[in-house]
Design a protein around this ligand. Structure first.
Ligand SMILES: Nc1ncnc2c1ncn2[C@@H]1O[C@H](COP(=O)(O)OP(=O)(O)OP(=O)(O)O)[C@@H](O)[C@H]1O
Ligand SMILES: [Mg+2]
Length: 291
C-alpha cells in the first residue's frame, strides 16, 4: 500500500465517536476568491455578535498569510496549530481567551504542515479536536483568499460555507471561480452561502447575488443561498482606529445592523442544521490534504 493511501486509511479510521451528534460544534468556514473583501472583519464581528446571543464561539485563523484576526482582536497567541501538530502542546493550551467573550486559535505555520504529517501526528491531531466540540457551539474558520488547496480544501471539509465577495467584477468572478474549482474536482460542497460585502445598497447586492447564483446554477448545477449584504461603512475604519471591533464600538452603525441580521439568520437555521462537528471537519480536511 502506498504511503498516501495508508495515511488516508488511518485518517478515516480515527474513531469517530461524535458524528451526527447534536452536541457537536457548528463549523462555518469563511472564504473568498479575491483577497481583502472583508472576511476577517466579518468573521470577528459575527463571532462577537453570536457570543452576545449566549453562544460559545471560537474563531480559527486559517489564513496562511497575515495574522488578520489577531490584529482585529488585539491578541498575540504564543502557541498555534504547529505546536499541537508537533505534539508540543495539547489543544486546550493553544486556545486563547479574548476580551470579547470569544475564544481564538491561531493556525500559524501549523496549517502549512497539514500535508506533511506522519501517521502518529495525524492520529493525535484529529483526536485533539474532540475537545473543541465540547467547548464551542459555533466555530468560525477564517481562511485565506484564492483558489489554492489551502482554501479549497477547507471549503470541501466544511459542513457550512460562507463565501464573501464585494460587488466588484474581479471579486465576484473570483468567487465563482472558487466554486467552479471545487466542482471540477468532483467534490461535494455543502451549504454554500454568499455574503456581499461593501455594497452600496440592497439593490446592488441583490443584483450581484442574482448574477453569481445564475451562473452557479446554469454552469455548475449548484444552488447558492443569499445570506445577506453588508454596506460599505466608515464605522469600520473608525473602529480600527479605536482598536475595538465595530460591532462593539458602533453597535448602531449600518455595518453592525447588517452583521446582526446575518447572525440572526444563521441562528434561525439552527434547528435544521445537522452538525458533524469540528473533529469530523478535521478528519475530512486531513483526508483532502493527504489525497
Ligand atoms: N463593510 C465594510 N465597509 C468598509 N470597510 C470594510 C468593510 N468590510 C471590510 N472593510 C475593510 O476592508 C479591508 C479588508 O478587510 P479584511 O481584512 O477583513 O478582508 P479579508 O478578506 O480578511 O482580507 P485578506 O484576504 O487579506 O484576509 C479592511 O481595511 C477593512 O477594514
Ligand atoms: Mg483576512
Amino acid at each position: 500500500m502506498d504511503q498516501a493511501k495508508e495515511l488516508r486509511n488511518l485518517i478515516n479510521n480515527v474513531q469517530n465517536t461524535n458524528l451526527k451528534n447534536t452536541l457537536n460544534s457548528r463549523v462555518i468556514t469563511i472564504s473568498s476568491g479575491k483577497g481583502g473583501v472583508g472576511k476577517s472583519s466579518f468573521s470577528v464581528n459575527l463571532a462577537i455578535y453570536l457570543a452576545s446571543l449566549k453562544k460559545r464561539v471560537l474563531i480559527i485563523d486559517a489564513d496562511f498569510g497575515l495574522a488578520n484576526i489577531e490584529v482585529l482582536l488585539g491578541i498575540r497567541p504564543k502557541y498555534n496549530f504547529y505546536h499541537m501538530l508537533k505534539g508540543e502542546k495539547n489543544i486546550s493550551e493553544i486556545v486563547v481567551d479574548t476580551n470579547y467573550g470569544i475564544k481564538f486559535i491561531s493556525g500559524g505555520n501549523g496549517l502549512k504542515e497539514l500535508s506533511n504529517v506522519n501517521s502518529t501526528e495525524i492520529k493525535y491531531f484529529i483526536e485533539q479536536f474532540e475537545y473543541l466540540d465540547k467547548i464551542a457551539d459555533i466555530i468560525i474558520v477564517d481562511t485565506g483568499a484564492g483558489i489554492s488547496p489551502n482554501v479549497t480544501n477547507f471549503l470541501m471539509a466544511s459542513d457550512e460555507n460562507i463565501i464573501v465577495t464585494t460587488p466588484e467584477p474581479t471579486s465576484f468572478t473570483d468567487a465563482y471561480t472558487l466554486i467552479k474549482i471545487i466542482k471540477e474536482q468532483n467534490r461535494a460542497i455543502d451549504k454554500l452561502n454568499i455574503v456581499i460585502n461593501k455594497a452600496d445598497d440592497k439593490y446592488e447586492a441583490d443584483r450581484i447575488f442574482t448574477k453569481i447564483s445564475h451562473v452557479c446554477n446554469k454552469f455548475l448545477g449548484i444552488n447558492i443561498k443569499n445570506l445577506g449584504y453588508i454596506p460599505s461603512d466608515i464605522a469600520l475604519i473608525k473602529a480600527i482606529k479605536q482598536q475595538k471591533p465595530a460591532i462593539l464600538s458602533f453597535p448602531n452603525s449600518d455595518f453592525a445592523m447588517a452583521i446582526k441580521s446575518i447572525g440572526n439568520r444563521l441562528i434561525n437555521e439552527e434547528q435544521v442544521i445537522d452538525n458533524s462537528g469540528i473533529k469530523n471537519f478535521m478528519q475530512k480536511l486531513m483526508s483532502v490534504f493527504n489525497k
